[in-house]
Design a protein around this ligand. Structure first.
Ligand SMILES: Nc1nc2c(c(=O)[nH]1)N[C@H]1C(S)=C(S)[C@@H](COP(=O)(O)O)O[C@H]1N2
Ligand SMILES: [Mo]
Length: 508
């Protein structure tokens, strides 16, 4: 009989063979890897509190944590199947079949996938089961009844196990590596289609005065590589630029489709817009500011002719993510756009190449569709955005907020003259005033950086004579409607966190 530790190793090797074969077949067929399909289904189904917890624990590494979690579960299950294979072989095979079916169901259910998507996980599972069957012989197999000269346990040949198992493990590694490189080449070829320049801007270019940046640690314009990234995509969507287009349909008089070239040929505007995630905690980093270039959404919608009954601009991404915002937000004169560029470059793949929506004043989850595929004019009852049934508000204008960047909470500051600095934002309304309070002192007005746009954040700074001891520092902003942000603490769900950003520092 095979020793238990070898049986569990056999399970692990068989599991690795199953997963890597599934990955390779999927990659060759241009489909998402089975792990990402299952991960995608998990993301779509986790209860909101668990998603919040994952973001709190892992931040923007939450996806890596999910992929690792799936691999750990699979490894544990495969090890258990290896042990089961000793006495309860059918059960072990059934375990492989079950995981194959889970993978197949997930793959078929992914947006845009067909029945063929079931093949890679099912074939992988079948291969894994076959490997396990070979590595763990049935109790009656082999010379079990005739004791031989070998010191190997009866019915089991250690040398044969090591050669077969080693070959299977090596095969799994090669297949896994190949799968990764095939998918890497897929992504590289999308990136190769990203143009190196943008069409010239038709209107006035954005000029950012040096005086906009008074915060020593936060650039006024966030470089693309530092721009926060939030999405549900475990791998980049399959963009084929030559076939890619945006369809504008629904309650319009003249439905349109626009190719990438069509969009680049239309009049281009450039605007500074601060994008914020509704999941941003008070004081959090899920907010960034960029110069976006693109086509005004209102121009496109007016060409299509929005009908009177339309209430919602509902958009869908290439990877099947959706969101919707009021028609008014596209047509009330704000600079909602189909963006093609960001900070002078074509949109990076991470931020939605070939095109995305950017709507000033609305949280990203209701407005900022990346990898845009279609825009449908509909009613509120006609369609529901991805996050709405998951406990987030249907409409979500960005709340007036402010953040302290210097000093950092918990930092030790030298006694004497110091500076406190940060950012404040109230997209669509603009920032009128920022005040800072140390301990129980009076609220003091901070100096504001130059005003660039109501739709962008504003930097602020204030001098502080730091005295020895521990201090609490708070900030609050007032927007141009005269409303001061509320002190009431609220969690991000359902429509954005509130409360004053409060930090503690030690002055020595
Ligand atoms: N296709 C797609 N677009 C998406 C999302 C997504 O999950 N998928 N997330 C939205 C959310 S919640 C936010 S906050 C913004 C973030 O945009 P960024 O990653 O470019 O900062 O994108 C929005 N657009
Ligand atoms: Mo978000």
């Amino acid at each position: 009989m095979i020793p238990r530790r070898y049986a569990s190793l056999a399970g692990l090797v068989a599991g690795a063979a199953a997963v890597s074969a599934g990955m390779l077949l999927a990659a060759l067929g241009g489909a998402a890897s089975p792990i990402d399909s299952v991960g995608g289904e998990v993301i779509d189904r986790v209860p909101p509190w668990l998603k919040e917890l994952a973001i709190q624990w892992f931040g923007t590494n939450d996806k890596l944590a999910l992929q690792l979690g799936i691999v750990i579960i699979l490894a544990a299950a495969a090890t258990a199947a290896g042990l089961l294979a000793i006495g309860r072989r059918r059960l072990a095979m059934a375990a492989f079949a079950a995981f194959g079916l889970i993978g197949a169901a997930a793959a078929v259910h992914r947006p845009g996938a067909g029945w063929a998507a079931a093949l890679p996980p099912l074939s992988g599972a079948a291969l894994g089961a076959a490997v396990l069957a070979r590595l763990v012989p049935t109790a009656s197999a082999g010379p079990a009844e005739t004791p031989g000269p070998s010191r190997a346990p009866l019915g089991w040949d250690r040398r044969r196990f090591l050669t077969t198992g080693g070959a299977a493990a090596a095969g799994a590694m090669v297949a896994g590596g190949l799968a990764r490189s095939v998918d890497g080449r897929r992504v590289a070829s999308i990136r190769q289609d990203i143009p190196t320049s943008l069409p010239p801007v038709t209107g006035p270019p954005v000029l950012i005065p040096a005086g906009a940046e008074v915060n020593p640690v936060t650039p006024f314009v966030t470089p693309n590589r530092d721009f926060y990234r939030i999405d549900t995509a475990l791998s980049f969507p399959r963009i084929a630029l030559d076939r890619w287009q945006v369809a504008i349909s629904g309650l319009v008089d003249r439905p349109l489709t626009l190719t990438y070239d069509d969009l680049r040929r239309r009049p281009q505007v450039e605007r500074v817009i601060t994008l914020a995630c509704v999941s941003n905690e008070v004081g959090g980093r899920y907010i960034s500011n960029a110069v976006f270039q693109g086509v005004l959404l209102a121009d496109v919608l007016n060409e299509a002719g929005v009908q009177a009954g339309a209430e919602q601009v509902f958009s869908t991404s290439v990877d099947g993510w959706t969101c919707g915002f009021p028609v008014a937000a596209a047509l009330d004169g704000r600079d909602a756009m189909i963006a093609l560029g960001m900070n002078g470059e074509a949109l990076p793949l991470e931020h939605g190449f070939p095109a995305r929506l950017v709507v000033p004043g609305l949280y990203g989850y209701v407005s900022a569709t990346k990898w845009l595929k279609s825009i449908e004019l509909t009613t509120w009852d006609g369609a529901t955005g991805y996050w709405v049934p998951r406990g987030w508000a249907r409409e979500a204008p960005i709340k007036t907020q402010s953040r302290i960047d210097v000093p950092r909470s918990g930092q030790t500051v030298a006694a004497g003259p110091a500076r406190i600095a940060g950012v404040a934002w109230a997209q669509r309304r603009g920032i009128a005033e920022v005040e800072v309070r140390v301990d129980d002192g009076p609220w003091q007005e901070a100096d504001l950086g130059d005003d660039v746009s109501d739709d962008a954040w504003r930097q602020w700074v204030i001098d502080w004579e730091a005295t020895a001891g521990r201090h609490t520092i708070q900030v609050r902003a007032t927007d141009r409607t005269g409303t001061t942000q509320t002190a009431d603490r609220a969690a991000p769900a359902p429509d954005g966190a509130t409360g004053y950003h409060t930090i503690e520092v030690t002055v020595a």
